[in-house]
Design a protein around this ligand. Sequence first.
Ligand code: MF3
Ligand code: CO
Length: 291
Amino acid sequence: MSSKLGRNDMCWCKSGKKYKYCHENFDSKIDHFRRLGAEVPTHNMIKTPEQIAKIKESAKINIEILDYVAAHIKAGITTEEIDQWVYDITTKHGAIPAPLNYEGFPKSVCTSINEEVCHGIPSSDVVLKEGDIINVDASTILDGYFSDSSRMFCIGNVSPEKQRLVDIAKESLQVGLKEVKPWGYLGDMGQAINDFAKENGYSVVREIGGHGVGIEFHEDPWVSYVSRRGTEMIMAPGMMFTIEPMINMGKAPIYTDKDNGWTVRTKDGLPSAQWEIQILITDDGYEIISY
Ligand code: MF3
Ligand code: CO
C-alpha cells in the first residue's frame, strides 16, 4: 500500500502535505512492527485532524449528557427519566443518540444496575433506590461523528463493597492509561487492567470489550482487557478507541437476557462496574476525547 506512494506524492492522510513530510516515517514504523509479526492498524483507522475536531464536537455533547446525569440522578427516579434527559440534551444540539435503533436497541442510552454488566434498557418500571450502583453509557452522533463514554453513579449510601468495586473500576482506567503510548501494544494495557482487577479480588468480563470509534460506532480494533502484554494491535498515533473494562465483584461469566436480547448480567448475580473513556493516540501519548 505505502510502497505505491512516492516520497513527493501527497500523503494518504489527505493532509495536503508531501508523503515524505507526513506519514512516511509512520509507515516505516508500521512496516517494522508488521515484520516483527505484530498486528498493525490499517490507514483507515488513523483519524485526520479534521475528523478529530468533529469527533471532539460530538464528545462535548456526550460529556454534557453525563455531567447532567451526574447532577440529577438520585433515588426515586426511573431509568426511563434518564433516557428522556439523554434524548432531550442530544437532540437540543441537533445530534442523534447513537444507541437509539442501533441493531434494534429501543432507547437512547444504556442503564445497567448492580449485577447488570452492560446494555441495560431504560424503563419506567425501574426505579433507582438507595444502595444501587448504575452505569449510564452515552453515545452521540453529531454530523456523522461518534463519541462514546460511560460513568458509574452511586445512589445515596451504597455498601462499602459496592463502593470499592466502583472505585477500583474507575482506577483501572488510570492503570490502563499508564500503558497507553504510541507504538505500544494494546495487550500491555489489557494485561495491566486485568492484573489490577485480579489483585483487588475482582474479575474482568472476557466476551465484551472496547472498540475503535469515531467514524462509526464500533470500528476495529476490538479491545480486550484480559489480553497479554506484547500482544494485540500496535497503538499508532491517530487511532481512537474506548477503554471500558467491565469489572465483576465475583466471577467473570456473564449471560444475555433472553427476553429482551440485550441486558447482560453476571452469572453469579454479584455486582459489576464499568467506566468508559474514548481516547486518541497522539505522537507523544494520548488525549482523552470523551469521559
Ligand atoms: N455504548 C456501548 C459501547 O460502549 C454500546 C451500546 S450498544 C447499544 O459500545 F445498542 F446497546 F446501545
Ligand atoms: Co463503547
